[in-house]
Design a binder for this molecule. Structure first.
Ligand SMILES: Cc1cc2nc3c(=O)[nH]c(=O)nc-3n(C[C@H](O)[C@H](O)[C@H](O)COP(=O)(O)OP(=O)(O)OC[C@H]3O[C@@H](n4cnc5c(N)ncnc54)[C@H](O)[C@@H]3O)c2cc1C
Length: 509
């Protein structure tokens, strides 16, 4: 019996485990489907595409993507998405948090500031150690195109283009596992279970009492005295609720799962920040990909943790408002130092760079459903990318803005030439076809266990599942709207705050 059982040692789960086990009187079990160790090369920032291109799943067919399925990069490993992601750190836009707080008191930007401070101190967020000259050229070109300069991504002025701040330390990736968990694994009150697949939350009446999980082909159980904390991420937390009989009755019935609690919003309202990229050939840009350069870079990184392999690829970018009357940014414009498409799945050699537009506040909503009641089967994920026309129009504006930046002297000096793949798409209709044929999921999925007081909301402002005692969801799935940039900082701060909420309400709710 443990006081708390945390399902998912990902981004949020590692923070919670570290914070809750600070109290030696409190016992914590932390479960994750991934293995106990990550390969040492995973700490190398430039290895990011090698991590994101493997192990992911696919969405259901997306009508908005001309009938393609989207690749969904995922990370069954300690640290979860924080162990594979692009390391970009940004608090986002204060207005996103303030909008969140309208229905959910306590989650406004002012409320979250102390939690960002804790996160930033734990992670030691820093400027890129050795940005490439081509990233500096992109920032200069953005200035030449009259975009303001963003000095750093934690400022309260959300607009502008600049060099990235990253989750790195001493030339290595910082994940939630390395920053929060690693140094506390010896605590006697914290027990970690790896390679275990949570199958469902155990309930007695309307109270969560533990978890059933699979390990080495056996089905086992753990009991929780205070609470079960679901931190399995926005694609798996709703799946686990559904497998436990918590969700829309009709959907559960259809899958042969007995309804324990009819909660219509579970798995609904999924959103992702759909993105699309243009490749540029640039013969005068410094390159990372090339056998000799890679070998030299790898040697330098192994010896001194310095050099070009400290790059996170997406070295520059920022949030912009793409319409003259807009009051807040609607697009992220990103710059990668090589030719990087769809999470690195095709390997593209040669000197050049990638420009990417990402919708910050998508209008499209999708869902996570059960494919079957088998807990080992992947869920049906439908992010409904480009389901709403305004998301498409946002990306059309984004690609045009990026082209304008690419034509500025600072990037033209690198010999930048847009690849034929996108260059042929100039007028509205060809641009729409290009976007629908090439847009991708970003991995910034949220909303599938949305926080709020409404009929389609799943948790309350204390992160408690509506109508169920002793069960909270603490991960990206509860975020009800976009916070105006990447989701990592918001999830880390959310987990810090969740630990405080649990300390105050030590019955587990
Ligand atoms: C490829 C990619 C790049 C990104 N880049 C950035 C970026 O640069 N900046 C940014 O701000 N945001 C970025 N994001 C988004 C950000 O990383 C995520 O929003 C955030 O990390 C999600 O955290 P989480 O705790 O909700 O889930 P996760 O970190 O995904 O954790 C979920 C954990 O649960 C475990 N799990 C799931 N199901 C089970 C089960 N049944 N049993 C046991 N364990 C289970 C998983 O193994 C995993 O460890 C990126 C995301 C992706 C995917």
């Amino acid at each position: 019996m443990f006081d708390y059982i945390i399902i998912g040692a990902g981004t949020a789960g590692c923070v919670l485990a570290a914070r809750l086990s600070e109290d030696p009187q409190v016992t914590v079990a932390l479960l994750d489907a991934g293995p106990a160790a990550t390969p040492p090369w995973a700490d190398c920032p430039a290895a990011m595409p090698l991590l994101t291109r493997r192990g992911g799943g696919t969405s259901v067919v997306q009508p908005g993507l001309n009938g393609r399925s989207a690749y969904l990069p995922q990370a069954p490993m300690l640290g979860g998405a924080s162990s594979i992601h692009a390391m970009l750190y940004s608090r986002g836009d204060p207005s996103g948090y303030d909008r969140w707080a309208v229905d959910n008191p306590g989650w406004g930007y002012a409320d979250m500031r102390p939690y960002f401070a804790r996160v930033e101190s734990a992670l030691q967020v820093q400027n890129l150690p050795q940005p490439s000259a081509s990233s500096a050229a992109f920032v200069a070109a953005a200035g030449q195109a009259d975009w303001p300069h963003a000095p750093h991504f934690s400022s309260t002025s959300p607009q502008g283009i600049g060099l990235a701040q990253v989750m790195q330390h001493a030339g290595m990736r910082t994940s939630a596992a390395s920053a929060y968990l690693a140094q506390h694994l010896q605590r006697p009150n914290l027990q970690r279970f790896t390679g275990v697949q949570a199958m469902r939350v155990l309930l007695r009446g309307r109270r969560a009492t533990g978890v059933e999980f699979g390990q080495d082909g056996l089905v086992k159980q753990l009991d929780a005295a205070r609470a079960v904390l679901l931190c399995a991420g926005a694609l798996q937390s709703p799946q686990l609720l559904l497998l436990s009989g918590i969700g829309p009755h009709a959907v559960l019935l259809g899958q042969g799962v007995a309804t324990r609690h009819d909660l219509p919003g579970v798995g609904q309202q999924l959103q992702d920040q759909v993105a699309v990229a243009q490749i540029y050939h640039a013969p005068r840009a410094p390159g990372l990909l090339g056998w000799l350069r890679l070998a030299q870079g790898a040697l330098q990184w192994r010896k001194t943790r310095t050099g070009p392999l400290t790059s996170n690829w997406w070295e520059a970018g920022g949030c912009v408002a793409s319409q003259p009357d807009a009051t807040e940014p609607d697009l992220h414009l990103g710059f990668a130092i090589g030719k990087l498409l769809d999470h690195g799945r095709p390997t593209l050699w040669g000197r050049g760079f990638t420009l990417q537009a990402r919708v910050l506040r998508p209008a499209s909503r999708g869902s996570v459903q059960l494919a079957s009641k088998d807990p080992f089967a992947a869920p049906l994920v439908d992010p409904n990318l480009l389901g709403q026309r305004e998301d498409l129009e946002c990306l059309q504006r984004g690609l045009r803005l990026l082209r304008h930046i690419a034509q500025q002297p600072a990037l033209a000096a690198l010999g930048a030439r847009e690849s034929r793949r996108s260059a042929l798409a100039q007028a509205d209709l060809p641009l729409e076809t290009f976007i629908r044929d090439h847009a991708q999921a970003s991995g910034h999925w949220t909303g599938s266990c949305r926080m709020g007081p409404g009929p389609l909301d799943v948790v309350d402002a204390q992160l408690r599942v509506h109508g169920v005692q002793g069960l909270r969801v603490v991960d990206a799935s509860v975020l009800p709207c976009s916070m105006g940039d990447g989701t990592q900082a918001a999830v880390l701060a959310l987990a810090e705050k969740a630990a405080d909420l649990l300390r105050v309400d030590n019955t587990g709710g």
